[in-house]
Design a protein around this ligand. Structure first.
Ligand code: DGL
Length: 263
């Protein structure tokens, strides 16, 4: 029995990193749907069908004790469907609008996400529920997740293009300006240092990974830990498309994951 951590690509490693720190006694299986990456522009019905199909296979094969959907684009779309379909606890990753609204001093926050996350009813609901008094700017970007993957794999990135993607997050109005940017895609924390350096003014880049891991930990109270002496205790990375890219393999093995192909 393991904990599944799922994303469209390798961004969910930002959540896995925190989950392992808080739950070292549990074994993890990281699943990256690299064949479907990027999720940002997928049509909702097709994406729902795809992810439910992947989970059907995963749950039958591994009987996990919990699944962490380490992807905002997926979580804001299919959490209720997954919970209705499968009898295991699911932890989702949704834009950290509530903590940002509670912490902002200027009353102006931005949510940096994929176009999919930005257009979801779920995201609008979060704003209506928790940030009605706050000026929330939603910024959807198609390119940034790929830039994050490139950066993580040691490929060159174009900083001018990154600056162009993040510039709409910075808003000034009547002497006030954006002071918090919610990283609402699990890929973006890996670019945080680059974005911090390029930013027109200092802001708090809110990374929800630790909070997600804490939620997972709360659901694992009283659940039997895995036996670290078993060979199968090794954490795995399962990708939906065979990795031909040496740098991706290197990144995953560098995270201590034994890399296998899902199919
Ligand atoms: N990491 C995913 C998220 O949190 C999205 C990356 C993508 O597939 O575009 O939204």
């Amino acid at each position: 029995m393991s904990i599944l951590v799922f994303d469209s690509g390798i961004g969910g490693l930002s959540v896995l990193r925190e989950a392992r720190i808080l739950m070292p006694e549990h074994r993890f299986i990281y699943v990256g749907d690299n064949a479907g990456f990027p999720y940002g522009d997928w049509e909702e019905e097709a994406l729902t069908e795809r992810i439910v199909g992947i989970f059907e296979g995963l749950i039958a094969k591994f009987q996990p004790k919990m699944a962490v959907v380490a992807c905002n684009t997926a979580s804001t779309l299919i959490l209720p469907t997954l919970r209705a379909h499968f009898d295991i606890p699911f932890v989702g990753t949704v834009p950290a609008i509530k903590p940002a609204a509670e912490r902002t001093s200027s009353g102006m926050i931005s949510v940096l996400a994929t176009p999919g996350t930005v257009k979801r009813d779920y995201t609008k609901k979060l704003i209506g529920e928790f940030a009605r008094e706050v000026d929330v700017r939603l910024v959807g970007t198609t390119a940034l997740a790929q830039f994050a993957e490139d950066y993580m794999m040691g490929r060159p990135i174009d900083e001018t293009m990154i600056l162009n993607e993040i510039t709409p997050c910075f808003k000034e109005l009547d002497g006030r300006r954006t002071d918090i940017i919610v990283l609402a895609c699990t890929h973006y924390p890996f670019l945080a240092n680059v974005m911090r350096r390029l930013a027109p003014w200092p802001v708090d880049w809110l990374n929800p990974a630790e909070a997600i891991a804490r939620h997972g930990l709360s659901l694992m109270q009283g659940v039997e830990p895995d036996d670290p002496n078993l060979e199968e205790f090794d954490d795995l990375a399962l990708m939906t498309k065979t990795i031909e890219d040496r740098s991706m393999r290197r990144l995953l093995t560098g995270f201590g994951l034994r890399v296998l192909s899902l199919n």
